[in-house]
Design a binder for this molecule. Sequence first.
Ligand code: NAP
Length: 315
Amino acid sequence: MSEPIAFLGNLDPDEEADFLAALGAALPEETIRPFRTLTPDERATVRIAIVANPDPAEVALLPNLAWIQSLWAGVERLVRDLGPGTAPIVRLIDPELARTMAEAVLAWTYYLQRDMPAYRRQQETATWRQLAYRPPGEVRVGLLGLGALGSAAAARLVQAGFRVAAWTRAPKPVPAEVTAHSGPEGLPDLLAASDIAVCLLPLTEETRGLLDAGRFAAMRPGAALINFGRGAIVDTDALVAALDAGRISHAVLDVFSVEPLPPDSRLWRHPGVTVLPHISGPTTPGSAAAVVAGNVRAYRATGRIPAAVDVARGY
Ligand code: NAP
């Protein structure tokens, strides 16, 4: 029998129960215990922690941690909260999450391509007006980020007939149908060539505030933005100014610097903004538990820690 695995999170009780049940079913050979139920002696034996927004002070009470499994795909908050010198952090790379995110990217790309925001506004004034149809083959979608989620989204968009380009930090091989851009010098080219820019970047030192007034000015006049990455990548004042000036036609925002988005945020009422409550790529306990189980079993069998986040790079 191995030592217990600690579960640490700031989840509501039902959500915690769902995750613990899914993890227990996926790893029947392991004992997974909420941190609060572990004695100090048991805490000292723990090698693996499974976390969802954990209290860093509790993580610090596990002195022999070998690695930390996050239940979220985005780990910038965890990396920041735990600080340097923490045990390796393994983020969730879940094919089901990638599928769900790719579906969301396709859905909201269609929303923009089929002019749904404009028809919504027309309905408010009982206006019967048919806008020109743009087939997917005439719509250029630029993905900022082509990692686990961006790659799945690119495949889905290509399959649907959109013209797809992508921007990454370093050059990397991309499918033949995708136009590749990379590095700081690659972003203006991507933005200038996109009718819809889709942000699937992690929040790092380099990406915080990346989409600012200069970047919006570099976009095609009337282009649209979808932000499914992290809220703080977008400079909200600059976005609102670009929308008000008509430079950007519409923004679909699923992530915000402060969540839940405060009721007094002007984004809620801006006619050029569609607000979503962080729903584009939810973690589902069943599929996440299967991914975590694979990581835990590989570690038990080999002693090797799964590929971890590069803390210096920030993702
Ligand atoms: P990932 O596999 O780590 O991919 C990140 C991508 O961003 C990579 O292509 C990377 O480039 C690129 N990138 C990072 N920094 C860059 C920079 N400075 N310049 C240009 N490109 C840069 O991450 P993922 O699994 O696809 O997830 C991406 C993000 O989505 C997460 O970090 C999280 O913030 C967000 N997310 C949102 C939701 C939601 O519900 N809204 C759900 C899950 C995740 P390289 O390929 O060169 O490394």
